[in-house]
Ligand binder design. Structure first.
Ligand code: ADP
Ligand code: MG
Length: 393
């Protein structure tokens, strides 16, 4: 659902910053929330995210020369960033947030798709940044979508996801898996995406929450998902995999059943590494079960699995922290909360909860008050809707 005010604001801003341009077009790419399957996407496991109706709006037009210009309404102070295409394609501190779109241009060029001219771009997001709702993937996919439209590049939406991930990994230095960009690029209204990250096979699963809604709660914790902590988890899983591969014919931790893992976990003699691998294996199996019970209409079991997911991320994977734990644990106490868990990379960011309509007010009030009491600042609650992938608007 396109927010006409956001669309108008991004187009107005384009005109204000760059002047009138009759070729300007407006675009949108969603954010995403992951319902279950966390830290499994770089372990060859399953994930179950959905695109949201909030995301990043863009306005862009091609230029006749080789200049590129970027402006974000969300980062007014940063101002307009201007560069020549030839020298812009290296990551730099000076480029700030613009490293994301530059990384996407760079990744297109790596695939042999060179820009024959520059462009002007303005973006404006209505998704909180750095909160686990993937504003970065939203920005990457939006940029790729704009490049496809402006330069006629022959790429599918799935390619846009892979290009976005490649740029985030190799230009922006975060070794994220494919989930975020895939969920953003392949989103479908009212459907979550059951994705096997081992081979990118996927199916859409309709989310029909009769009498309940998806609520995202933001811890508002200031900077947290440090790439180093994320990357450290990832290397520990890779090490566990290489040890297990000496005995087992597997390509990823997602290939292991719980029984196989339990029978072989003794090979992982470092207890911390064993816990990380355990999460990857169990979380993958939980995600497979969650999609099955959802199809069977057993939403209560889906909620239990969300809780187990959070507990595993708290106790074994160690990526929650007191803010996320408080939001989830307070939510579990509220009657009418079907399930609640952290979503995204962790260390702060957001929880996702499924809450019955009649319980939503009490949920926000009680969880909000108890969070403030314990943490000392407020959480923010959003009722979110499942939206579609990127589009020209
Ligand atoms: P998340 O993807 O969970 O929101 P990240 O830390 O991965 O968090 O990405 C957030 C970064 O993405 C921001 O710090 C900023 O550099 C960039 N970004 C995302 N949306 C915008 C926007 N609307 N304007 C400027 N930068 C943005
Ligand atoms: Mg991100």
């Amino acid at each position: 659902m396109i927010d006409q005010e956001m669309k108008k604001a991004v187009l107005d801003s384009f005109e204000k910053v760059y002047g009138k341009n009759e070729n300007v077009k407006a675009y949108f790419a969603p954010g995403r929330v992951n319902l279950i399957g966390e830290h499994t996407d770089y372990n060859g496991g399953h994930v179950f995210p959905c695109a949201l109706t909030i995301g990043t709006y863009g306005a862009a037009a091609k230029r006749n020369d080789k200049k590129v210009r970027f402006y974000s309404v969300n980062q007014e102070k940063f101002g307009v960033y201007e560069a020549n295409l030839e020298d812009a394609l290296n990551p730099s501190e000076a480029a700030g947030w613009v490293n994301y779109p530059l990384g996407v241009i760079w990744a297109f060029e790596k695939r042999g798709m060179k820009l024959d001219a520059g462009f002007d771009m303005v973006i404006y997001g209505n998704i909180p940044n750095g909160s686990g709702l993937s504003s970065s993937a939203s920005l990457e996919v939006l940029t790729g979508f704009i490049l496809r439209d402006l330069y006629g590049f022959d790429v599918t939406n799935q390619d846009l996801a892979l290009i976005g991930q490649y740029s985030e990994n190799n230009f922006n230095g975060c070794n994220c898996g494919i989930m975020d960009q895939f969920a953003v690029a392949m989103g479908k209204e009212n459907n979550a995406i059951f994705l096997d990250t081992a081979d990118l096979s996927f199916e859409y699963a309709p989310i029909k929450l009769d009498g309940a809604k998806i609520i995202v709660a933001n811890t508002n914790k200031k900077h947290k998902l440090t790439d180093s902590q994320y990357n450290a988890r990832r290397s520990m899983c890779e090490e566990a995999l290489s040890i297990l591969q000496k005995k087992l014919d597997i390509k990823g931790l997602g290939d292991l059943s719980i029984e196989e893992f339990e029978a072989n976990k003794g090979l992982l003699t470092d207890p911390d590494m064993q816990k990380k691998a355990k999460h990857a294996v169990y979380e993958n199996q939980r995600t497979i079960e969650a999609v099955k019970v959802l199809k069977d209409g057993d939403i209560a079991r889906f909620g239990e699995l969300m809780r187990q997911s959070h507990e595993s991320l708290r106790d074994d994977y160690d990526v929650t922290g007191v803010e996320l734990d408080t939001l989830a644990e307070e939510a579990w106490k509220i009657p009418g909360v079907i399930g609640s868990r952290m979503t995204g990379g962790g260390f702060g960011g957001c929880t996702v909860s499924i809450v019955k309509d009649e319980a939503i007010e009490n949920f926000k009030k009680t969880v909000g008050e108890n969070y403030l009491k314990k943490i000392g600042y407020e959480a923010t609650f959003y009722t979110v809707e499942i939206g579609a992938g990127p589009e020209v608007i």
